[in-house]
Design a protein. Structure first.
Length: 197
């Protein structure tokens, strides 16, 4: 929580969305780009930062959706560089379904980024009701069936309408639930109770 902190002030312009982590599943990248395209009706200045390894060429999708100049591919990054990347965005767009416990989401919230995400896996427990909006989608493990881009764009519009409130709640939730020191203290207490010296 000391390294992953909010920016002194929000990035100008935008809104700027962050599609973080590695894009090792093609649907994650395509859905992020489709969501940006759907968001443009409400937020014509919106942009998308894309990080990590890409398994699909991005240029044909960007061209097909008419997103030229709005998508910025940052590539892979070291964890030491992550806070500065988070501080360039307003919202984390997390398109992966059934993600068990992504540290990306916790790090983004610690930097004051609300999260709009596919409501499945462990992400709803991380984000809660106040630090972002989860979008329902067909649940199951046989195949990835993410939400519609229009539904994600609608959730983004709702978050952006109260960005300060969601951003404050994201930071607060990260500090209260995921700071390392209280977590270590709780575990030490449990070990002392169940394995006394």
């Amino acid at each position: 929580m000391d390294r992953f902190t909010p920016a002194g002030r929000r990035p100008e312009g935008g809104p700027v969305l962050l599609l973080g982590g590695d894009q090792y599943q093609a649907y994650r990248l395509e859905l992020g780009l489709q969501t940006l395209a759907a968001l443009l009706a409400a937020h014509p200045e919106a942009e998308l930062l894309v990080t990590g390894r890409l398994v699909t060429p991005i240029e044909p999708i960007v061209e097909r959706l008419g997103l030229g100049g709005r998508v910025h591919v940052l590539g892979r990054y070291a964890q030491a560089d992550a806070p500065e990347i988070f501080r360039r965005a307003h919202v984390l767009l997390h398109t992966k379904v059934n993600d068990p416990c992504p540290s990306l989401v916790i790090e983004a919230m610690a930097c004051g980024l609300p999260v709009v995400y596919a409501r499945s896996g462990g992400v709803p427990e991380l984000v809660g009701d106040e630090a972002g909006i989860g979008v329902r989608h067909p649940d199951g493990f046989e195949r990835d069936d993410p939400p519609a881009p229009e539904a994600l764009a609608d959730a983004l519009t709702r978050v952006l309408a109260d960005l300060s409130g969601y951003a404050s709640a994201a930071r607060r939730r990260a500090v209260e639930r995921f700071a390392l020191e209280p977590w270590l203290d709780r575990h030490a207490e449990l070990f002392e109770r169940f394995v006394p010296r």
